[in-house]
Design a protein around this ligand. Structure first.
Ligand code: SAH
Length: 466
């Protein structure tokens, strides 16, 4: 009997934070994450450091039909990993019990006597409904819903879909419908659904690329093709679909792209898409920083310019088996509220926090302090400029710095229809530069907002602002 256990967890669709709290807790503990191709990869940042991440379609065998991963191959992998006693999470798109070949995976676990647990998720139908303001049921128009697949198992030659029965449901939600849409519409027409039945098509529900097309059954196929709707899409067919016109909050609100890393801010007017243009990573080698940390007592000041500087400085400090007492007696300066808060997390209250949250602000405050002959240490990112160091040197200080983390362009930034945004908020010069590198230009109708003067300068230099 194996001791391993597998969690089959619904990740939800479209956004990385639609997973349940329980699912997230399991993800954070897992040794191995085997995830479906539709799972938002940003969610994987939640996996613990060192966890093995395996994307299912990486396993696609040549023999398998179409897009589908060979289920045997997948099962073999999961059974093998769990058999070695590893904590395995099978992260599935949406809800695991809907159109996800759940039972095929469970059979393999039962057969190999591997314990399992299933954690539900938000299914694409719920997400599509929520993100367009279309209720799936409504007291006035609909008291039953059918969830239907537009694509059956390709090896079955007869259809198991009971279109006659389904037509009795007031709302029909079609999954995987894009490829076979004309045929599906014919089936629904043949069993008596009115050609005037309202339909809403939602593609990539929840993400910045969400698109909605409004149609009637009779022109659905044409409109879907003209609207360049590609999978993954959900079709909500039924009277409630007409409410999209009134309640589609993702269309009613201003669409704002927030490019920074700070925590998502809620309860602000507008529809925020939190899609960072930077990514923070540890350095590959910490020999230099470790050297400074070991002799930190030689320094009069430590200057933290970002919360990541704090985070990685303390991470190294802990790896070297010190704790915050090791920096006792050093004066600490911090730029910005979030840097201050991160220091407080480590039990350190900064001595100096410039009112103006920037290097310039800090330089101004240091003007009132005698730095002559003092040694200052600055943990910084691999791309920060030397302006602050130079300014402190001019005041007579001896300044040393070392890379504590790397600031990189995120992988897999999606292709975006930039015209769909009303506003973009840049939070640092690197978000501006990465934007230009990845997306080149911003349509003139999109308003640019910058946090801080340095960011604004960079936006001007890159011609995002006049
Ligand atoms: N188990 C999943 C469904 C997997 S089948 C769930 O419960 O949602 C894959 C289909 O789900 C896609 O073809 C599409 O119809 C739908 N889907 C998944 N993610 C979606 C998204 N973000 N927007 C719209 N449809 C989505």
């Amino acid at each position: 009997m194996s001791t391993g256990k597998v969690y089959l967890v619904g990740a939800g669709p479209g956004k990385p934070d639609l997973i349940t709290v329980r699912g997230l807790r399991i993800l954070r503990e897992a040794d191995v994450v085997v995830y479906d191709y539709l799972v938002d990869e940003r969610l994987l940042d939640e996996a613990r450091e060192g966890a093995e991440l395996i994307r299912c379609d990486g396993l696609r065998s040549r023999k398998a039909a179409g897009l589908s991963v060979s289920i045997e191959e997948l099962n073999r992998l999961v059974v093998e990993q769990a058999g070695q006693g590893k904590k395995v999470i099978r992260l599935k798109n949406g809800d695991p019990s809907l159109f996800g070949r759940l039972s095929r995976e469970l059979e393999a676990l039962v057969e190999n006597k591997i314990g399992f647990e299933i954690v539900p998720g938000v299914t694409a139908a719920s997400a599509a409904a929520a993100f367009t303001g279309v209720p799936l049921t409504d007291r006035r128009f609909s008291s039953s819903v059918a969830l239907v697949t537009g694509r059956e198992d390709p090896v079955k030659d007869i259809t198991l879909i009971d279109w006659e029965g389904i037509s009795g449901c007031s709302t029909i939600v079609l999954y995987m419908g894009v490829g076979n849409l004309r045929r599906t519409v014919e089936e629904l027409r043949a069993v008596g659904k009115s050609p005037l039945t309202p339909v809403v098509v939602v593609t990539r529900a929840g993400g910045p690329e969400q698109r909605t097309v409004r149609a009637r059954l009779e022109d659905l196929a044409d409109k879907t093709e003209a609207g360049e709707i590609a999978a993954p899409a959900i079709f909500i067919i039924g009277e409630t679909a007409k409410l999209e016109r009134e309640f589609n909050w993702s269309k009613i609100n201003k669409r704002i792209w927030f490019t920074g890393l700070s925590r998502e801010r809620f309860f602000l007017p507008g529809n925020y898409f939190h899609l960072p243009l930077i990514k923070i990573e540890p350095m590959e080698n910490y020999d230099e920083l470790d050297g400074y940390i070991r002799r930190i007592r030689e320094f009069a000041w430590i200057v933290f310019t970002s919360r990541y500087g704090v985070k990685y400085f303390f991470r190294r400090l802990n790896s070297l088996e010190f704790d915050s007492r090791h920096i006792a007696g050093r004066k600490i300066a911090a730029i910005g509220k979030s840097t201050e808060n991160m220091l407080l997390n480590f039990g350190v209250r900064p001595d100096l926090i410039p009112e103006l949250e920037s290097s310039r602000g800090l330089i101004r405050e240091f003007k009132n302090i005698d730095l002559r002959g003092k040694q200052i240490f600055l943990p910084r990112s691999d791309i920060s400029d030397k302006g602050l160091e130079e300014a402190l040197k001019e005041q007579g200080a001896r300044v040393w710095s070392s890379f504590a983390y790397r600031n990189r362009m995120p992988d897999n930034l999606p292709d975006l229809d930039l015209n769909s945004f009303d506003q973009v908020i840049f939070t640092s010069p690197s978000t501006v530069r990465n934007f230009i590198e990845r997306y080149k230009r911003l349509p003139a109708k999109v308003k640019v907002r910058c946090i801080g003067a340095v960011t604004r300068e960079e936006a001007r230099r890159c011609r995002l602002l006049n």
